[in-house]
Design a protein around this ligand. Structure first.
Ligand code: KG4
Ligand code: ZN
Length: 333
């Protein structure tokens, strides 16, 4: 069974064809990054306009790459929540028209569940597991009981981890999104040159919640001191110390969640799961006997393959969506 997966929730316009939920026949990701760069962030109005211009060609490219025609497609899936509403509307409307004209089953997909499912495509992991979603829009620690059943244990109360990387990177003048540039710069820095303090949160009520806004501000202040000649800490050392602090804050909660839930496996997803230090810290959990899985770099950031692969599971269970379904900007149940 071949599923077409469409993803337009933010600034990537992506279409993918996946066979039987695991074989990726094509995964076209047309990124708008260069066009948003002058504005140092994603401009929602521009994003939806570009999706409208590109979506048809992106789907055609996915078919060409897989050597298929529309008649080979068995179902159409699309991200419908959460995300930028205008961008979601383009993907959802396109997918509905596509499915209706070919009389194909139609499935709407939750972006968060898709990121948490992405590692299953290449490295299947037995349920239940601890899900760690780290992206530009989300920082979520959750219990994942199956492809659809998720219990959120903790989230960020302010900036997402990727947002903190991007805002620090912007201060370095790296442009948007700058997470990968910080990752690269940190490799030549000393991660313990500067010890940034952790957040002060109400750990009694929400032990797995996290906050990145204080860390981000402390790092930006430290960089300013360097530019002003008041600090000897080099930009490389500040980047490495920031990355260590950001990841360690997350890992502390991840370790605690593994201990307290008794879960023996963990899967990470989202753009920041591409971070080299986070990946090595997650892998080190294997020494404690935990199963650890994360997607290959291409499946960490937004992509249509995770949408098509997850949709296959709903299809197998006969769970389809209705053409009257509308996209949602915010997280729904
Ligand atoms: O999952 P994604 O493509 O989009 C959202 O759903 O947000 O994640 C994008 C985020 C950006 O904040 C980007 O800077 C970050 O992932 N990112 C990284 C790395 N690669 C991407 N952050 C840190 N280290 C990286 N290597
Ligand atoms: Zn995402």
């Amino acid at each position: 069974m071949i599923v077409l997966g469409i993803e337009t929730s933010c600034d990537e316009c992506s279409a993918s064809l996946v066979e039987d939920g695991h074989t990726i026949l094509s995964n076209i990701i047309a990124t708008q990054i260069e066009l948003h760069k002058p504005y140092e962030g994603v401009v929602p109005e521009l994003a939806s306009r570009l999706h409208t211009e590109w979506i048809s060609q992106v789907v055609q490219s996915a078919l060409d790459k897989a050597n298929l025609t529309v008649n080979d497609i068995d179902a159409v899936a699309v991200t419908s929540r959460p995300g930028l509403l205008g961008s979601l509307l383009v993907g959802v409307s396109f997918a509905k028209g596509f499915a209706a004209s070919l009389n194909l089953p139609f499935i709407t997909i939750d972006h968060i569940r898709a990121h948490l499912y992405a590692s299953q495509i290449e490295h299947p992991l037995e349920y239940p597991y601890l899900g760690v979603l780290v992206s530009g829009g989300h920082t979520v620690i959750c219990r994942v009981d199956d492809y659809d059943t998720i219990e959120v244990l903790g989230t960020t109360i302010d900036d997402a981890i990727g947002e903190a990387f991007d805002k620090v990177a912007k201060h370095y003048g790296f442009g948007y999104p700058g997470g990968v540039a910080i990752d690269r710069l940190a490799r030549t820095g000393n991660p313990v040159a500067f010890l940034f303090p952790g957040p002060k949160l109400n750990v009694m009520d929400h032990p797995y919640d996290i906050s990145y806004s204080g860390l981000k501000t402390a790092v930006i202040n430290q960089l300013d001191s360097f530019w002003d000649g008041e600090s000897e800490k080099s930009p490389e050392n500040i980047a490495a110390s920031f990355q260590r602090a950001a990841v360690n804050m997350l890992m502390k909660r991840v370790r605690q969640a593994l201990k307290e839930t008794g879960l023996k496996r963990l899967s990470a997803g989202g753009g920041v799961a591409a971070n080299s230090y986070l990946r090595s810290e997650l892998l080190s959990l294997q020494e404690g006997g935990y199963g650890v899985s994360f997607p290959s770099l291409k499946l960490c950031t937004d992509n249509g393959a995770m949408i098509a692969a997850l949709a296959y599971r709903y299809l197998q269970d006969g769970i389809l969506s209705d053409f009257s379904e509308a996209p949602h900007a915010r997280v729904t149940a």
